[in-house]
Design a protein around this ligand. Structure first.
Ligand code: CAA
Length: 306
């Protein structure tokens, strides 16, 4: 594994056996999958027991595709799903040794969930967020355990992407950073370390890139397909910028662009109006079947949408 030379020395994390995951969306389910695959019990939280159960069922269906492809045995899939326990809400996180919050990128919602998880979790348990842009320091300050809070920012799709960006809040202790780094590595990820500055490392680079592609599109510099071919064949990226924005979710891209714009106070980060308009229309990318492209119900790209 190609870890950053800035990673702390690994520490013992064998006591972290149960991992809480808040949010049964695409990121939360990916984190739950990787946690279970690496031998952890997972407590899966969403807005209700029904939604958490629905999330686990959705994961079972997506793992079924790996079984069909012969990449996973049906027994391994069943064992993995069996390690994931959907629960009613954050009040059921009492047994978790570490929680990763992966709810929608909304500060108020994350603060509410952090407070609830903090109240339920045992003394000494770690509380982390998969946020892509919200201040870890702010989230930590809402809890009674700020030194035990850090960012664990996984990339989408979590089971496939090799990176986990560790974010150090102002209050995070050295021990916390060492533990979450070692855990992410145990979950098969290469880690990098970022200060708690808006966008951290990945989105500080990525969101201005995606947003610039949106500006080029709205200025009519080229078509969506040609912008994406430019990214794929001209830059050797696995996906073009507009396809990638659709995969991440246009609401998430817009939210992060707005955080960068607001927090740095620099107009170079202002979001392109085509991005704002698609979000206003509810066309959020692959997850809603339409963004820059139109997708069929299996998520296959059909054609450009604008
Ligand atoms: N579990 C395990 N394996 C899985 C899987 C899962 N849930 N889903 C897919 N895979 C495997 C597939 O079986 C396949 O394996 P093989 O190569 O051995 O056949 C492999 O992963 C790739 O899957 P696909 O063949 O379906 O797809 P692909 O080759 O077209 O690659 C992709 C898809 C991985 C998404 C690739 O296009 C890619 O890397 N895109 C860029 C993604 C990216 O940049 N993500 C970062 C977004 S930024 C972010 O997340 C941060 C943020 O805060 C916004």
């Amino acid at each position: 594994m190609d870890n950053s030379p800035n990673s702390p020395q690994p520490v013992d994390v064998s006591h972290i056996r149960s991992i809480g995951v808040i949010g049964a969306g695409q990121m939360g389910l990916g984190i739950a999958q990787v946690a279970a695959q690496t031998g952890h019990d997972v407590v899966l939280v969403d807005a209700s027991l029904e939604l958490a159960t629905k999330g686990r069922d959705k994961l079972a269906v997506s793992l079924g595709r790996l079984v069909e492809k012969g990449k996973l045995t049906a027994e391994a899939r069943d064992a993995l799903i069996g390690k994931i326990k959907p629960v009613k809400g954050p009040e059921d996180l009492g047994g978790a040794d570490l929680t990763v919050e992966a709810a929608t990128e909304q500060l108020d919602l994350k603060l509410k969930l952090f407070k609830a998880a903090d109240a339920a979790m045992k003394k000494g348990a770690l509380l982390t967020s998969n946020t892509s842009s919200i201040s870890i320091t702010k989230l930590a300050a809402s809890t009674s355990r700020p030194e035990l809070v850090a960012g664990m920012h996984f990339m989408n799709p979590v089971p496939v992407m090799k990176l986990c960006e560790i974010v150090r809040g102002v209050q995070s202790s050295d021990q916390t950073i060492a533990m979450v780094t070692t855990l992410a590595q145990k979950m098969g990820k290469t880690t990098i370390l970022s200060k708690d500055i808006p966008g951290f490392l990945v989105n500080r680079m990525l969101i201005p890139f995606l947003n610039e592609a949106c500006f080029a599109l709205q200025e009519g510099v080229g078509s969506p397909e040609d912008l994406d071919l430019a990214g794929k064949l001209g830059l050797n990226h696995p996906m073009g910028p507009l396809e990638l924005a659709d995969l991440i979710g246009l609401d998430t891209c817009l939210f992060i662009a707005e955080v960068l714009h607001r927090e740095f106070g620099d107009d170079k980060y202002r979001a392109a109006s085509v991005l704002r308009n698609l979000v206003a229309a509810g066309w959020l990318g692959k997850k809603t079947g339409r963004g820059f492209y139109v997708y069929d119900e299996k998520g296959n790209k059909l054609r450009a949408a604008i």
